[in-house]
Design a protein around this ligand. Structure first.
Ligand code: ZN
Length: 127
């Protein structure tokens, strides 16, 4: 089991991630503006009723006004903080599972050591 990585260091990093497909200056100039997480601050999303083309992908795809921000491109700081908190909570839940797993692993290793395996035997099972 791999240790789950924290998705974002802080809310500013989350903001940057949400703006990764947004190359305009609108959000770069206004650090207090938070992008809508549905459309990434673009105000438009791909039309879910217009499937991507097999060859062209999203290139020629219809775009519609974002239903969440209604084309406004922004989110209130409160809503944005909430979205960020959801990501962090998901990571925390994974960490709880990870820590439980580590405890089980630790006790299993102790039992193996107590069982008095030889060096070669331990090596064979990856200890
Ligand atoms: Zn939006």
């Amino acid at each position: 089991m791999k240790k789950p990585e924290r998705p974002f260091k802080n809310i500013q990093e989350f903001r940057k991630h949400m703006l990764r497909f947004n190359f305009g200056l609108f959000f770069k100039k206004n650090l207090k503006l938070f992008p809508c997480v549905e459309c990434g601050g673009q105000g438009r999303i791909y039309d879910p009723n217009d499937a991507p083309d097999i060859i062209e992908g999203n290139k020629m795809r219809n775009r519609i006004k974002c239903p969440i921000c209604e084309g406004e491109r922004t989110m209130s700081p409160k809503s944005f903080r909430f979205e960020y908190a959801v990501w962090i909570q998901e990571w925390k839940d994974k960490m709880v599972k990870y820590k439980k797993f580590q405890l089980i692993l630790k006790s299993a290793k102790k039992k193996i050591i107590a069982a008095g395996l030889t060096r070669a035997e331990k090596k064979a099972i990856g200890l």
